[in-house]
Design a protein around this ligand. Structure first.
Ligand code: MN3
Length: 197
């Protein structure tokens, strides 16, 4: 059985960029529902005592396991998204090591933000944008619905949820404003640092 992991911050800690109201629905309702659905789907099956990451990898690209994949991946994606966010000043510092990787892959931090924004806005409909550690250094990818880097054998470093439920209460239809606010005010670079080490 999976349980909803505690948020790594208080529900009002990300204001004004992400409101307590958004988090109460996004974490308390949407994320909780993926956990509940996953538990219902795997209880009594061979996946019952399997690690989340393993369920995702096993169920990826298996049409008969699509519902399990969708719920398992959405549990993982939201855990990863909350980890990607922090309003603490110490988490907002980009280390020299991370900055040199950003410069090597994107040319500059501004170019990284620009390319990340293009991916997040270019995801038509629901999905995610990710910074991943790829074969040739850091890369930005976008995925539809519940799809994620694990399903493609890639290691995620940062995520942004671009399903409408993540921004509609605070930004209505203005996905660009939400993406800009999250990238520039909430990305948790300590989290990236830990994933890279
Ligand atoms: Mn979501």
């Amino acid at each position: 059985m999976f349980t909803l992991k505690p948020l790594p911050f208080a529900q009002n800690a990300l204001e004004p960029h992400m409101s307590e109201k958004t988090l109460s629905f996004h974490y308390g309702k949407h994320h909780q529902t993926y956990v509940d659905n996953l538990n219902k789907l795997i209880t009594g099956t061979e996946l019952e005592n399997t690690f989340l990451e393993e369920i995702i990898i096993k169920a990826a690209n298996q049409p008969e396991l699509a519902t399990i994949f969708n719920n398992a991946a959405q549990v993982y994606n939201h855990d990863f998204f909350w980890g990607s966010l922090s309003a603490k000043p110490e988490d907002r510092i980009i280390s020299e090591k991370t900055m040199s990787l950003i410069n090597a892959s994107f040319g500059s931090l501004d170019n990284f933000y620009e390319q990340f924004k293009v991916a997040a806005l270019g995801q038509f409909g629901s999905g995610w944008a990710w910074l991943v550690n790829g074969e040739n250094g850091l890369e930005i990818i976008k995925t539809a619905n519940a799809d994620n880097p694990l399903a493609r054998g890639l290691k995620p470093l940062l995520a942004i949820d671009v399903w409408e439920h993540s921004y509609y209460l605070d930004y209505q239809n203005k996905r660009a404003d939400y993406v800009e606010a999250v990238m520039k005010n909430l990305f948790n670079w300590s989290f990236v640092e830990i994933s890279l080490s």
